[in-house]
Design a protein around this ligand. Structure first.
Ligand code: BDR
Ligand code: CA
Length: 308
């Protein structure tokens, strides 16, 4: 089994990513680490614990990380993810799972040092925890197996500002540090592909595990409504679950290596990911950029995996 650390800011789609990772049984999940993002660190942690309770997986460690971006103020997304961060689902369920001791960045460092070239990191929130880990222990970049992160957009428009995707917008300094740290393998999973992976009512109905189908239906209900208002289709993008899906099945996406960077000093473009498609800067590639996705194959995998 692949050793995995999943780093999340548990909002609606992070939660579904956790479900996919756990249910796949393909990972040895060393811990789920949490970060400030869609919601506060404490709410992201609570939501993560709620999901693990629902899955009956109280033994998976949850470790808290950064409670703010590196240098910027928090930027929550309650309008999208709901007051509680998971669309009001599981609101009245008592929570028994508690977070474990420790700090995410240290846990990431120690895990990578303990299991050289074995640990996969899937990051589905702002990259604050990984940036802190790299700053403290730069050699992890050569010892981690791979990093898969959901963030950025290279060809389309942003989802927070005209140019920027949420995770890179919230902590652009962290994203910049991670991209330039010299990791052996970074896969960037951006809106270019995640926007094509749209969860519909039919997908939810195909999920045979009724408890999970009900949870996903309820937690994504307002999320899908908002997408309908903007795009005329009842659906929502599976941003974070796609990052998990790629760790399970690489050929879900078509990637190409490019040099990418993040804008941090602009009045209107902060958080923008810039991809040097034409090698204008003549710098070595630092990311496998996802250019296309087989959405149907993703949903096959997703529905098959969370059946049981
Ligand atoms: C990303 O931002 C968050 O709102 C989602 O959880 C996802 O990680 C999409 O831009
Ligand atoms: Ca997220």
């Amino acid at each position: 089994k692949k050793k995995l650390i999943l780093d999340v800011d548990t909002g609606i789609d992070d939660a579904i990513g956790i479900i996919l990772a756990v249910k796949s049984r393909q990972f040895d999940i060393l811990a789920i680490t949490t970060v400030n993002g869609n919601v506060s660190l404490d709410t992201a942690t609570l939501n993560t614990c709620k999901i693990l309770d629902m899955l009956g997986e109280q033994d998976i460690s949850v470790i808290k990380g950064a409670n703010a971006p590196l240098i910027r103020p928090s930027f929550f997304e309650h309008k999208i993810h709901g007051e509680d961060g998971i669309g009001g689902a599981l609101a009245n369920v008592p929570v028994t799972k508690q977070p474990d001791e420790g700090f995410a960045a240290d846990f990431i460092i120690n895990s990578i040092l303990n299991f050289p070239e074995e640990v996969t990191l899937i990051m589905t929130g702002p990259l604050t925890n990984l940036a802190l880990a790299v700053k403290k222990c730069p050699q992890i970049t050569q010892l981690v197996k791979e990093v898969i992160f959901m963030g950025g957009v290279v060809q389309g428009v942003g989802n927070v500002t005209p140019t920027s995707e949420y995770n890179t917008f919230v902590d652009p300094e962290a994203a910049k540090i991670v991209l330039h740290a010299g990791f052996r393998s970074i896969t960037q999973v951006g809106l270019d592909v995640t926007r094509k992976v749209l969860l519909s009512e039919e997908h939810i109905q195909a999920i045979q595990n009724q408890e999970l189908a009900d949870y996903i239906s309820e937690s994504t209900s307002d999320y899908r409504k908002r997408y309908f208002e903007r795009n005329g289709v009842w659906a929502c993008a599976m941003h974070d679950p796609l990052a998990v899906g790629i760790a399970l099945q690489k050929d879900l996406v078509t990637t190409k290596e490019y040099y990418v960077d993040i804008e941090t000093k602009s009045e209107i473009c902060d958080g923008q990911m810039v991809c040097d498609f034409q090698d204008r800067l003549m710098k070595p590639a630092n990311a496998h950029v996802c250019l296309d996705v087989d959405a149907e194959a993703f949903f096959d995998l997703f529905i098959r995996t969370i059946h049981s």
